[in-house]
Design a protein around this ligand. Structure first.
Ligand code: TRP
Ligand code: ZN
Length: 470
């Protein structure tokens, strides 16, 4: 499912009027044959107006590259498998990566041009709606570091021994041509060739690792649908360990040797954290789990990359719990538009509160009451950001995290533990591998609790100001 762009909607609406008024535009055979138009250049998400594309749905990405640690560059071939959702004579991909040497659609060379992050492709023959097609893009060079509206960095971030690869909210297009919006999920296969001694860690399961002539090729397969921003292929010198959860989910961890001592206790907690969240949220949604602990001091945050959260320094157990919780909330259930980021961050933060209580620390109620949360004065500017619209600069600021988590804790008090914990599980099940909105959550909370929660969600999610009654 994809949201139609504002521009796309306007074009489509205009077109239907035009077609009704001018039957001359009907196809030559008069039987409603193909009517080719350009796919929308984006999905029209106001926070990142160029992200995503219209007119097709990506099913699979296959990315193969060799990595040169001297330059941090890659020589890459990405093949996208997609299905046309309209008759297409042109479509866009998102791509901010290095120079393209060739682009084919199916077997045919296609002409293309680049404008900002748009890679505009003219497929010949044209593509009829419903057609499955492949786009193969060859490119080489050093992918860029991308700076976000809040000045944080992502994309292809060089490290001492390789590259750290976070993609939220707009980094994947640095190295991967595609549809870079959470609504277009796909499966992924990575083939990364690196000098022997380095490890390339991607999402999903390690299919093979073969060394020949001083180079090792790692093949990673991400078998459940994944949003592009959750893709990673992080490279470096790593200590690798494999284990599994008590329930049998395989775990692959890659830790920078310089951080091994500092992060050992946290990494050792992964099975226990997953087991605890299994009881709260329902079964872990993916075929594998793990973590990548690297040294990327200029990044300074962690990210819930699917099945392999990435950490730019040695993580605390709390941060590990946060990123693992995202596997349910954020990765399996993803936002339909970025303004609903509290559905990711509020849930993962609340999961941290629950983990803290479970492991003998502060209770969720104590955390709620704390000075970084409900204890903030009503005059604090914290209360002046609306939870459901923090804006692109503050989407990873305090409000989606802390007011988001407070919203969930207050909801728990309002509807009671049985309904609240049923809701958490239902939310993970109903939208598994999909996308959802705040309105979907409000509707589900009302349906599970049997209560009218309009006033509750109004003060917590839709209005400024410190809620006083709810
Ligand atoms: N989603 C990440 C987390 O909370 C944080 C994150 C992703 C982030 N991208 C960012 C924080 C950009 C600041 C800037 O786990
Ligand atoms: Zn988070």
């Amino acid at each position: 499912m994809r949201i139609r762009s504002l521009r796309g909607a306007a074009v489509a609406a205009g077109l239907s009027v035009l077609v009704a008024a001018q039957p001359a535009l009907a196809s030559p055979d008069g039987h409603g044959g193909p009517r080719y138009t350009a796919g929308a250049p984006s999905v029209g998400d106001p926070y990142f107006p160029d992200e995503g594309n219209g007119g097709f749905d990506v099913r699979h990405y296959d990315i193969a590259f060799t990595f040169d640690p001297a330059t941090k560059g890659i020589d890459a071939t990405t093949t996208i498998t997609a299905v046309a959702t309209q008759d297409l004579d042109q479509f866009d991909l998102d791509f901010r990566g290095p120079q393209i040497s060739s682009l084919t659609v199916g077997k045919h060379k296609a002409s293309f041009r680049r404008e900002g992050q748009e890679l505009i492709v003219t497929p010949r023959p044209k593509l009829k709606t419903g057609t499955e097609f492949t786009v193969t893009v060859k490119y080489a060079g050093v992918p860029p570091v991308i700076t976000d509206p809040d000045d944080s960095i992502e994309g292809w971030v060089p490290t001492d021994d390789g590259v750290f690869v976070p993609g939220e909210p707009q980094g994947s297009a640095a190295w991967l041509p595609g549809s870079d919006h959470p609504t277009d999920k796909a499966t992924f296969t990575f083939h990364a060739t690196v000098p022997e001694g380095l490890t390339a860690v991607g999402n999903g399961q390690l299919l093979s690792q073969k060394t020949a002539k001083g180079r090792t090729t790692f093949v990673w397969d991400s078998t459940e649908p994944m949003a592009t921003y959750l893709a990673t292929i992080t490279i470096g010198r790593f200590q690798v360990a494999e284990s599994s959860t008590p329930g049998g989910i395989p775990i692959y961890t890659a830790v920078d040797p310089q951080l091994a001592t500092q992060s050992a206790a946290t990494v050792a907690k992964i099975p226990e954290i997953i087991e605890y969240f299994n009881t709260l949220f329902g079964p872990y949604p993916f075929a594998s789990a793990g973590a990548i602990v690297d040294r990327a001091p200029d990044v300074g945050y962690a990210l819930e990359s699917q099945t392999k959260p990435i950490f730019s320094s040695a993580p605390s157990v709390n941060t590990m719990a946060h990123e693992i919780a995202h596997q349910w909330y954020g990765d399996s259930v993803s936002v339909k538009r970025w303004s609903d980021i509290w559905l990711n961050e509020g849930f993962a933060t609340y999961a941290q509160w629950l983990w803290t209580e479970h492991s003998g620390g502060a209770t969720a109620q104590q955390t709620f009451d704390g000075s970084g949360n409900y204890g903030r004065a009503a005059t604090s500017s914290f209360w002046q950001t609306v939870t459901t619209d923090p804006g692109p600069v503050n989407m990873f600021g305090n409000v989606p995290y802390n007011r988001g988590a407070m919203t969930l804790h207050a909801l728990r008090g309002k509807i009671g533990d049985p309904a609240f914990f049923k809701l958490l599980k239902d939310w993970a099940t109903t939208h598994k591998y999909g996308n959802a909105t705040t309105a979907d959550f409000v509707a589900e909370a009302q349906s599970v609790s049997g209560m009218d929660l309009t006033a509750f969600f109004d003060v917590w999610l839709y209005q400024k100001g410190k809620p006083t009654t709810w």
